[in-house]
Design a protein around this ligand. Sequence first.
Ligand code: R5P
Length: 302
Amino acid sequence: MTAAVYAFPQDMLRAAMLGAELGLDVQEIALHRFPDGESLVRVPVPAALDALLYRSLDDPNAKLVELLLAGATLRENGSRRVVLIAPYLAYMRQDIAFHPGEAVSQRVIGQFIADAFDGCVTVDPHLHRIHDLGEVMPGIVTISLTAAPALSGALDLAQNPLVVGPDAESVQWVHAIAGPQGLDSIVGHKVRGGDREVHIEFDEPARIAGRNVVLVDDVISSGATLAVAARVLRAAGARRIEALATHCLASAADLAGLKEAGIERVRSTDSIPGPTAEMALAPLLARGIREKELLKWHTHPS
Ligand code: R5P
């Protein structure tokens, strides 16, 4: 077998969609978590020469260790190259030490992935001060895709929405989503006081009154950012508020909080399974993998 997609049980459905797009077999990796928290990983053998290891990195701590075990075991059982397909890539937000002694998680986890894999494919990683995923994962092939066209295509143009980013870090997504459709957009100023404590202001509240608003962001984590943004928008006279994000990590309680804040509907890609996951990423991932010719490696060994 020259190439195959490998996935843990939780990701099998979405890995199967990717396998179907690429015309590849999808193999399940067995996983057992012991009562003491350790994980036992078993890969199907023999392993394909080119292994695409699919795993989204929400809830990342145990998953990173399991990926390390799976990647090494695929190599021990025949894989010459192992590429991580992580539609959601964790630990990308901490890109500097904000206080002395803080770990720069983006750099440490990026190096960990670069040491364990030959490539990494992901979607909308949170790169704020760094623009190229290759800088974070030196020496391996990196493919950083964007879901912005899919999110832009999900806008209801009949509503002539005002596209709103909650903070400076959302600017790139606001432009990529509003721009192609020629829609109005504004971006807020956010100050974060804690995990769930944020303050947001918009410069020209008069532009919000009476508008149907679509809030856009790369990631919804606790939901605090969008909940506060929605409250400020409502106070400024917004009519209807929806939200679109590439990744939605929010729990059921956090999603209920968004509704309470006045957001009628939240939609995201299926990078993380859940009630908001409406847009399948498999076609985008497959296109990126084909364009970088990752599957031609076995005929052109380096
Ligand atoms: C930060 O800049 C990100 O783009 C998101 O706005 C943020 O991570 C969302 O986190 P939360 O939902 O916890 O406010």
